[in-house]
Design a protein around this ligand. Structure first.
Ligand SMILES: Cc1cc2nc3c(=O)[nH]c(=O)nc-3n(C[C@H](O)[C@H](O)[C@H](O)COP(=O)(O)OP(=O)(O)OC[C@H]3O[C@@H](n4cnc5c(N)ncnc54)[C@H](O)[C@@H]3O)c2cc1C
Length: 590
């Protein structure tokens, strides 16, 4: 048997990122000094997750209007989609307070001559982003949480219908971690690497989103039967070609217009795009418009920095050094000067996110952040149906989750049963199975793989299926039932028949193996959720060629699924949309 590490804690936080660290801080603040808080991350929280490379704006800040106006903007930006207005409002009410807190903790925020935060567009403010992660991590350290770096969580533990902890392995020491907890927060981010990257070989994870966020949040919650929602809102980011740096810095930061190869500012010059909002059209529409232009032979698409504010364009390199230094190196290497030539943009592969511009995640009860599994909470990208929270919203959402977990501990969450040793043994076997298969050489002759499948091989196959049959870039992000049916069959085959041959030669590959196991579960969620929604609601993110129209009568509601292990199928249910902020959902209020 492997060396085991047993931990007994009150609050277990899976993922020491944006939401996780602030959840620890808030739980300590309201829970007092005796509370045992444990934060686990597969990397080191000082430089893990979405904030690792730095970012240069807080995309959610209420610098005008009210929290209600912000919610109206959020739902507008997802084409009037059903969004959890209750959750968004709870974030909106505390958003600015959290930003002020982080500034007090040392985050440098840019200011104007009057000492006010420097605005960037309606809802953004500029920050010196390279400090984001160390300062966020410091909040968990200040909370005196027990921090377990380099531990990969593989499964949640459910006993008597309740979540009572999680298991995982040390990615450096190979030990088996068994963590018993009275409340568990899932904050392990969204999912990258599900569709094929534009790049191959060693660069195959060159992309916008964090390659280490692999959908573990979604997959683990799905596997213990939590209701999952929003997997038909894949996010497709328009980014600077080749470096995948955010293009918002060019659009909002320097006022560069988006143009096609003919130099046409098509969003403002063509009636069909003007009708949908022009340059401030909802995010998915702008993706759709670009790909429509390309399909019509008017690509490539550029951000025309030569028409931007010259002073701001001159400062672009410095801005990118704060969040995407590769861009500055790339421009130098290719002799690109944004003051002299427009910058080419393109869409990256789809990603699964719940706090950026899409809705993937767990369904949660009221504003508690508790999922449909008692004792299991979700925050950050892991929480579904409440998009556009971004960094400041995830900090805030983490804090709210921290508070509700403490409340749960004081109420129903007081007692936690002893962990069932048989279940723990099963989870241990499952965690290390790919490594065991390799060491037993069950499927091998002469040390050469005969029937074993390495993680990279399985990942490639999965990505090809998703790219070709589930609306990848080569299909211009469109889907239809005949394509989905092939995706379903092939992904099911990988999950049901092929996973038993997955092997890992060392701990590094064991991580990769779990990445692909988790991603495959996400594929199932995506295929089934898109297939269930027989309409086109998120034009640009998911355009159904077989159902090109919106069907409000059937689908203007929340759609959730629960995984049934006996049949390995998702069973769907709908909840009505509750509009709290009045008004036309397809319009902004300010
Ligand atoms: C490149 C990029 C640019 C962005 N730009 C902006 C911007 O300019 N402004 C803005 O406001 N927002 C921006 N965002 C969005 C914002 O950063 C995210 O919405 C937010 O940080 C997500 O927080 P989170 O806590 O859900 O995830 P993260 O902060 O990513 O944290 C997830 C953590 O979980 C850990 N983890 C994953 N799997 C496991 C596992 N199995 N076991 C243990 N640990 C695990 C990871 O290592 C990571 O530390 C950007 C995001 C990205 C990726």
């Amino acid at each position: 048997m492997r060396e085991r590490v047993y931990i007994d804690t009150d609050i277990l936080i899976i993922g020491g990122g944006t939401a996780g660290c602030l959840a620890a801080w808030e739980a300590r603040r309201v829970g007092g000094p005796k509370l045992r808080i444990t934060v686990v991350d597969r990397a080191n929280i000082r430089h893990s997750g979405s904030l690792a490379a730095g970012q240069n704006a807080l995309n959610a800040y209420i610098n005008q209007g009210t929290p209600e106006d912000w919610v109206a903007y959020v739902r507008y930006d997802l084409l009037g989609a059903p969004v959890r207005e209750d959750i968004l409002l709870s974030v909106g009410y505390e958003l600015n307070e959290t930003v002020a807190l982080m500034e007090k903790e040392g985050l440098p925020i840019k200011k104007d001559a009057q000492g006010r935060y420097l605005r960037r567009g309606k809802w953004n403010i500029e920050v010196n982003g390279r400090w984001l992660k160390p300062i966020t991590a410091k909040m968990a350290e200040k909370a005196e949480a027990q921090i377990l770096n380099w531990v990969y969580i593989t499964e949640l533990i459910k006993q008597d219908g309740r979540c009572v902890g999680a298991v995982g392995f040390g990615v450096r020491d190979g030990r088996f971690y068994v963590i018993k907890a009275r409340a568990v927060l899932m904050a392990a981010g969204g999912a990258a690497g599900i569709w094929r990257s534009r790049y191959e070989g060693d660069a195959h994870h060159r992309m916008w989103y964090v390659p280490f966020n692999n959908g573990a949040s979604y997959a683990m919650m799905k596997r213990i039967g939590a209701e999952m929602t929003g997997f038909d809102t894949r996010m497709i980011p328009l980014r600077i070609k080749d470096t995948y740096a955010p293009a918002g810095t060019l659009a909002i930061g320097v006022n560069a217009p988006m143009v096609n190869a003919l130099g046409e500012v098509f969003m403002l010059e063509k009636e069909e795009y003007v009708r949908m909002g022009g340059h401030t059209a909802p995010t998915p529409v702008r993706v759709w418009a670009c790909y429509r232009e390309i399909a019509a032979g008017r690509g490539p698409i550029f951000m025309d920095t030569t028409r931007g504010d010259p002073e701001k364009v001159a400062g672009l390199r410095e801005q990118y050094l704060d969040m995407s230094p590769t861009t500055v190196l790339y421009w130098a290497a290719h002799d690109i000067d944004p003051a002299r030539e427009p910058i080419e943009i393109e869409a990256d592969s789809p990603f699964l996110v719940g706090a950026h511009a899409a809705c993937c995640g767990a369904w949660t009860i009221g504003i508690t952040r508790m999922t449909t599994i008692p004792g299991l909470f979700a925050s950050g990208e892991a929480l579904g149906q409440a998009p556009s929270r971004y960094i400041s919203g995830c900090w805030t959402c983490g804090r709210i989750a921290g508070r509700h977990m403490v409340q749960w501990l004081e109420g129903e969450g007081t007692e936690v049963p002893e962990l069932d040793p048989g279940l723990v043994a099963q989870l241990e076997a499952r965690t290390f199975a790919p490594l065991e298969r390799w060491s037993k050489q069950e499927f091998f002759t002469n040390g050469k793989p005969v029937r074993g499948i390495l993680p990279r091989e399985m990942e490639t196959h999965m990505q090809n299926v998703m790219e070709d049959y589930c609306g990848g870039r080569i299909r211009y992000f469109t889907v239809s039932e005949p394509y989905l049916e092939i995706a379903r069959r092939r992904i099911d085959r990988l999950r049901r028949d092929q996973l038993r041959y997955l092997v890992a030669r060392d701990l590094f590959e064991l991580e990769r193996a779990w990445d692909v196991i988790n991603r495959l579960d996400c594929c199932q969620l995506v295929i089934e959720h898109i297939s269930y929604r027989k309409e086109t609601r998120y034009l640009g993110f998911v355009t159904r060629t077989d159902y090109p129209e919106r069907n409000d009568a059937e689908y203007d509601c929340f759609i959730c699924s629960v995984w049934h292990p006996e049949t390995d199928t998702l069973v769907f249910k709908k909840y009505p949309y509750e509009q709290i902020v009045p008004g036309d959902r397809t319009k902004e209020t300010i």
